[in-house]
Design a protein. Structure first.
Lengths: 104, 574, 203
């Protein structure tokens, strides 16, 4: 927390408003896209990409992640990796089909 | 670091709602020891049924009431409750609170030269969320239908339809998990931020490295179980079907639920925690063994950097092996091969750690103090536990061994003569620091030898029972011919267990009596090198009289050219 | 035995560059990623295993109220910017502005909860409880747990607005750190909703 925090912050304010407007726009986009009734896989992909972009902006700008310290990055990368494993492995394990019969 | 303070706190803020890590550590340790003995007692009851199936239990049989023990004979439902609660209590209310809450809280700030944990009030909150969780867990025995009785693993659908004690189990687990999460945040921030001047990462005692990895395991692995527990509560209370498949029939009737759920989902979420949990069970113990071995061989640990890399690697790998507990659930060969491979890989760093410890003994000037006896015994005991894990990690062999007594033998070897012995070593080693008095070495040695013999009598025969095909969680082994074939071993094991209980008496007597009658000690009775031995015994508020500075590595024993056989980290000249 | 002074409570650690509280809150958020991650993973597993989704037929967007969900998304996004402004007011030395923006944040959070109340009671009115089928079970579980996190945020933010703000008089830098940490938690809650909304309402 620097003594010059006062000026630093007021210079950054513009970024915060831009992100705010972008988030609202992307929300509108994601709802709009849902009315296109894309095929399931495409709909999921597009929705998650938009969500990831929104989340990325919140994380990078609102949460200051873009200028954070290495320790935090290390913790988050580790967490992201374990999250990915938690998402992937149970589903791969449960739904691995061989004979084409469910559960086998 | 010295206490700039003035007024004495009132009793309730000094000893009850204390924010001092040493008081909190002792609170955790004492609570955990009580629950270890309670969980042990539950098992002693089970051992009666296993040794003498269907026979009334003398004395205690009538005391436990007609529901649990009709006519003094154990009811099968009560046997199941004892089993589920023994496991739950030993793991979550006993070993981890002692290893992490007790030893971690007390020792880590001292070993890194900090005045306390990073968040002392959060630390206090952690304990006071933990204790109600414990009490709630105990209260589950009073619920109609009894306590949780679906294994410590609480697999649905059975756990979803079990009596109300299971809901209490879930609620208690939510409290205990929350306490653990708050604690793990505290440990990580403390170790990262509050190290003394000169205490770089590569100068940390191995105990601290072990606790840091353990804290990360707790932080990242517990939340999925918390989520799963909430889902089980919803299944049981709100009628959801997260874990209930469609078309489930109970007692001849179709269950009136929406269905569409997956029992396997619970297993994935449970084991995602429970596998790292077993490393939470062993790592602090390995940390203690490292400290005690270095101190009692009067030489540096062999392969310190290798140990650190290994423990970090174990921590990481522990997140990707969990489905080896699920080999029998109908997984396809690709995924089971994946988990088998990662399981084999994770055995490597464990072997490396054990090898480094054994090599640390070689050429040492060994003092067989009581802590050293326990730490040395840990080595072959952990080796047996670890080696017997290998067939379980290989899918082909696991087909036969899964859910047999072989598994019980395997994991108890690692936790009981493994971790528990390491924890005993820690008690004998750090008791002087915490109390300012020595425990009796004579009583300690009696405790050690009796325990060592008894504990092997209890767990070694289980491998043979398992290989004969005897299932775990079986109320009456003699209903099966293959069970009758190994029934004699059940009698041996049970008497071993009751003997093991008696073997703890010298420990309890020693622990209590030495508080008043033990020989007084100065700061460093073991002539150790790590920072906690710079503080007074016991340390006062703020821990150190002057701010500690670290000048060297953690295990500078028998440095050539020095007069003393130890050069403490905190002394400017050796 | 007065309180021990813990280093780096306010000033950042020379090597890590972080004050204790900031590292602490990020670690907490890491555990929350695993918590909500487990819930998402469960949703995926249950949904893939279902013959069709929603189990009762139709589309998620027909069962759940998309306009209300969209509105709530905008509410949370706005509350995030007001939270940033609250923190920025602290950094720029103005307690009154902090109080204004933090009050806005708390107000918007309450609006979110009120909307959720209407959504939930509408569902209950039509006998759509969590037990109805797994679509509703998942919906109530995920939004319910998220809602509890909103309540937690309201409690913390209200504390900072009221009793907690006394710290501004004695140690404004420490107070600003606390606001920043509360902000990190709050943005995370917003972030979870950013994924929850399309996953539950639109897909």
């Amino acid at each position: 927390m620097d003594a010059a925090g006062h000026e630093d912050v007021s210079r950054h304010m513009g970024k915060y408003y831009v992100v705010f407007v972008a988030l609202l726009c992307l929300t509108a986009v994601t709802v709009g896209v849902s009315y296109l009734h894309l095929t399931r896989p495409l709909a999921i992909t597009v929705a998650l990409i938009i969500a990831a972009v929104k989340a990325g902006m919140v994380a990078a700008v609102f949460m200051h992640l873009i200028s954070e310290k290495k320790v935090i990055y290390a913790v988050l990368i580790l967490t992201a990796l374990f999250f990915a494993l938690l998402l992937a492995l149970p589903n791969l394990t449960t739904f691995e089909h061989h004979s084409g019969m469910p559960g086998t | 670091m010295t206490d700039h303070g003035h007024h004495e706190l009132p009793f309730w803020r000094k000893y009850i709602f204390s924010v001092d890590h040493k008081v909190i550590g002792i609170q955790y340790a004492v609570t955990a020891l009580v629950f270890l003995f309670f969980g042990f007692s539950l098992m002693m009851l089970m051992r009666w049924q296993l040794a003498y199936p269907g026979q009334p239990l003398p004395v205690f049989g009538k005391l436990l009431g007609e529901t649990a023990m009709p006519g003094g004979v154990m009811a099968p439902e009560f046997y199941n409750q004892l089993g589920a609660m023994h496991g739950t209590i030993m793991v979550f209310l006993g070993v981890v609170p002692l290893a992490v809450g007790g030893f971690g809280n007390f020792v880590v700030p001292l070993q890194i030269g900090a005045p306390d944990m990073a968040f002392p009030r959060l630390n206090m909150v952690s304990y006071w969320v933990f204790l109600p969780g414990c009490i709630l867990m105990l209260c589950s025995f009073l619920m109609p239908g009894g306590a949780a009785q679906s294994g410590w693993t609480s697999y649905p659908p059975l756990s979803d339809i079990a009596p109300s004690g299971q809901t209490v189990w879930c609620l208690a687990m939510v409290l205990i998990i929350t306490s653990s999460l708050l604690g793990s945040i505290n440990f990580i921030v403390t170790i990262v931020q509050l190290r003394a001047k000169g205490l770089s990462f590569w100068r940390l005692p191995f105990f601290v490295h072990a606790q840091l990895v353990t804290a990360f395991l707790l932080l990242l692995a517990f939340p999925p179980l918390e989520a799963a527990t909430v889902m089980q509560i919803m299944d049981r209370v709100a009628g959801t079907s997260f874990f209930l498949p469609s078309g489930l029939v109970v007692s001849g009737e179709q269950l009136k639920v929406a269905g569409g759920g997956s029992p396997l989902l619970w297993q994935h979420l449970f084991w995602f925690l429970a596998h790292p949990e077993v490393y939470v069970l062993i790592l602090p113990g390995m940390g203690i063994v490292a400290e005690v071995i270095a101190n009692n061989t009067r030489k540096p640990l062999w392969g310190y950097r290798l140990l650190v890399y290994s423990v970090i690697f174990i921590g990481f790998m522990s997140f990707v092996v969990w489905a080896h507990h699920m080999f029998m659930t109908g997984m396809g060969t690709t995924m089971s091969t994946f988990f088998q491979t990662t399981t084999m890989i994770i055995s490597i760093p464990s072997v490396v750690i054990l090898t480094c410890f054994i090599m640390s003994l070689y050429g040492g000037n060994i003092r067989f103090t009581t802590p050293m006896l326990f730490a040395t015994a840990f080595l072959p005991m952990f080796a047996i536990g670890g080696l017997t894990g290998l067939p379980l990690g290989l899918t082909a062999a696991d087909i036969y061994l899964h859910d047999t007594f072989y598994v019980i033998g395997h994991f108890h070897y690692v936790v009981a003569p493994g971790t528990l012995f390491a924890l005993f070593a820690g008690v004998y080693y750090w008791y002087p620091k915490a109390t300012g008095r020595q425990l009796s070495d004579k009583l300690g040695k009696v405790h050690f030898w009796l325990s060592f013999v008894a504990i092997n009598l209890v767990f070694m025969p289980m491998f043979f029972q398992g290989m004969a095909g005897l299932s775990r969680r079986l109320y009456d082994p003699t209903v099966y011919a293959h069970g009758r074939g190994v029934q004699a071993l059940n009698v041996l094991i049970s008497w071993g267990a009751w003997g093991l209980a008696i073997a703890q008496l010298p420990f309890i007597i020693n622990f209590v009596m030495s508080l008043r009658a033990g020989a007084r000690v100065a700061e460093n009775p073991w002539h150790s090198t790590t920072l906690e031995w710079a503080a007074p015994s016991p340390p006062g508020h703020g821990n150190f009289l002057t701010e500690p500075v670290v000048y060297r590595e953690p295990y500078e024993y028998s440095v050539p050219g020095k007069t003393k056989d130890y050069s403490p980290q905190f002394q400017a000249e050796g | 035995m007065s309180e021990t002074v813990i280093p780096y409570m306010v000033k950042p650690h020379p090597v890590t560059g972080l004050p204790n509280g900031k590292l602490g809150i990020w670690l907490f958020l890491a555990s929350e990623v695993m918590l909500f991650g487990a819930l998402f993973s469960s949703y995926v597993l249950i949904r893939i295993g279902a013959p069709h989704w929603p189990p009762e037929g139709g589309l998620s967007s027909e069962i759940l109220n998309v306009p209300l969900g969209t509105f709530n998304t905008a509410v949370l996004i706005t509350s995030s910017i007001t939270m940033v402004l609250a923190w920025a007011s602290c950094k720029m030395g103005s307690l009154p502005r902090f109080k204004m923006w933090m009050s806005a944040t708390v107000f918007l959070a309450l609006v979110f909860l009120v909307v959720k109340y209407f959504e939930y009671s509408d569902k209950f009115h039509h006998d759509h409880f969590p037990s109805h089928d797994n679509f509703f079970a998942v919906y109530f579980l995920l939004t319910g747990l998220h809602g509890l996190h909103i309540v937690g945020g309201i409690v913390v933010n209200t504390f900072l607005l009221t009793a907690g703000s006394k710290m501004w008089q004695t140690d404004p830098e420490h107070f600003t750190n606390r606001v920043e940490n509360a902000g990190l938690y709050w943005h995370f809650v917003d972030l979870v909703w950013i994924f929850l909304f399309p996953s539950l309402y639109l897909l």
